[in-house]
Write a protein that binds this ligand. Structure first.
Ligand code: IFM
Length: 467
């Protein structure tokens, strides 16, 4: 059992009850991870290689030269990690299935030993009364599919549908929801335009075709799963934050509007309105993807839920950006501005602009330079970050936005993609040399919030429903 205070000075008595009371009794509190970032066991029990294994092997691709080969060794420590979630009293766990672990070549044979791991994971969660939230694709494409063009090739969307159907057939009726993709913008742009994530390609045209094919695969998967009779709520998870113009000049405002189009409206308009934003299509010109009307109907299948990952806002303009260190804004160890009001603003804007399904904040959290001292990590910055964002979320809910759950990114410190192990997002510290898990003060803070919500007199909402 983990107990103790949140590590903050002068915390007001009743803080947890006051905050918890702002959320409906059925509101879900969870923690999130993804397969490649925590599992390790990269070549074990028949798992095939993914594009991230290959990318990490390229000199200079990952800042500390590391990979997810061992990560948090969660593959072997799953029971311990589930006990940790349970001890913290956290009611939900969001995880992803590694496609190459269950289908090593991305087509053809299934790997039973891979599925066995996820069967045990889901059963273990249910035994502990923790609701499983499954994501199908959190970036680890089977390497064999990249040889055929990866997400640039429409055929990968069909392979994804086969994979989605098989995972749903085996696990679907035991999980609380199934998300097709996590952050398609990141896959498309960081992976295929900026080239800083796997598969490390650099072409805007390619990135936009990939963005389209990812959305298409999402729509095709939803159609197929519904045709299969899957009744588990189905959705997708997008990374979003408001884009603010650096100045009020017409140029900066136009740039911010375009960036908003490329990051938010491209995905939201396609999924919820069945079209791409005309201003962005015009801007892209020859880089715009090849699209059919039928594709847009497929992409805009009804969503049972929409996941939003919120970390920060973005400031956009035509001038030379100010160096983060010089702009005086509070930032995390990623260099991302701490801007809780952006979460409220984003949610209200989405609520105004789109016919939304119920929302979930599927990721929110922060990296800080945590120090383990005398067996304790006093991560006051992270506690403050979380508290302010949870309050910002409550502000949006109280103003009418239907948000049903919140997941902290992340349960554990883990492999932070191109940053390797240098950035720590966990509410649980991982000593990578020993694989020891040490709950940080933020874990204790979250534990108390979850407990207060569970036991407290939470807000009752007329007609309140659970997914
Ligand atoms: O670690 C990532 C995660 O995989 C996707 N969303 C953002 C997190 C922090 O960068």
């Amino acid at each position: 059992m983990i107990a103790g205070d949140s590590g903050e000075k002068a915390r007001r008595p009743g803080e947890f009850a006051d905050l918890a009371r702002r959320f409906a009794s059925q509101f879900t509190w969870g923690v999130a991870t993804s397969a490649y970032q925590i599992e390790g066991a990269a070549a074990m029990d028949g798992r095939g290689p993914s594009i991230w294994d290959e990318f990490c092997a390229r000199p200079g691709a990952i800042k500390d030269g590391s990979s997810g080969e061992r990560a948090c060794d969660h593959y072997h420590r799953m029971a311990e990690d589930l006990a940790l979630i349970s001890d913290l009293g956290i009611g939900a766990y969001r995880f992803s299935v590694s496609w190459p672990r269950v289908q090593p070549l991305g087509a053809g044979a299934w790997n039973e030993r891979g599925f066995d791991f996820y069967e045990r994971l889901v059963d273990g969660l249910l035994e502990r009364d923790i609701a499983p939230y499954l994501t199908l694709y959190h970036w680890d494409l089977p390497l064999a599919l990249q040889a055929g063009g990866g997400w640039e090739n429409r055929d990968t969307a069909l392979r994804f549908v086969d994979y989605a159907r098989e995972v749903s057939r085996r696990l679907g009726n035991r999980v609380r929801s199934i998300a097709t993709h996590n952050e398609p913008w990141v896959v498309a742009v960081l992976g295929h335009e900026a080239g800083i994530f796997a598969p490390g390609l650099k072409s805007r045209r390619l990135a936009m075709q990939v963005a389209h094919n990812l959305l298409l695969s999402h729509g095709l998967a939803l159609q197929a799963l519904r045709a299969d009779g899957v009744s588990t709520p189905l959705g997708i998870v997008l990374n979003q934050g408001p884009i603010h113009a650096a100045t009020n000049s017409p140029e900066d405002r136009a740039k911010a509007r375009l960036d908003d189009g490329l990051t938010i409206r491209w995905y939201m308009d396609a999924l919820l309105l069945g079209r791409y934003p005309a201003d962005v299509v015009e801007f892209l010109g020859a880089d715009a993807p090849t699209v059919t009307d039928e594709d847009m109907r497929t992409i805009s299948q009804p969503l049972d839920f929409l996941g939003i990952n919120y970390y920060t806002r973005n400031v956009s303009g035509t001038g030379e950006p100010q160096k983060p260190a010089e702009d005086g804004r509070e930032r995390t160890d990623m260099g991302w501005e701490v801007f809780p009001a952006g979460l409220t603003e984003l949610l209200l804007r989405l609520h105004d602009d789109y016919p939304l399904p119920p929302l979930y904040i599927m990721e929110n959290g922060a990296a800080y330079r945590d120090q383990l001292e005398a067996g304790r990590v006093r991560d006051e910055d992270r506690v403050r970050y979380l508290r302010r964002h949870v309050a910002a979320l409550a502000d949006a809910i109280e103003r009418g936005v239907d948000v049903r759950g919140y997941f902290v990114w992340s349960l554990l410190d883990n492999f932070e993609w191109a940053d390797g192990y240098r950035k720590r997002f966990g509410i649980v510290y991982v000593d990578y040399a020993t694989q020891q898990r040490i709950p940080k003060d933020s874990a204790r803070w979250y534990q108390q919030l979850c407990a207060a919500h569970r036991h407290g007199d939470t807000r009752r909402v007329a007609g309140e429903a659970v997914l």
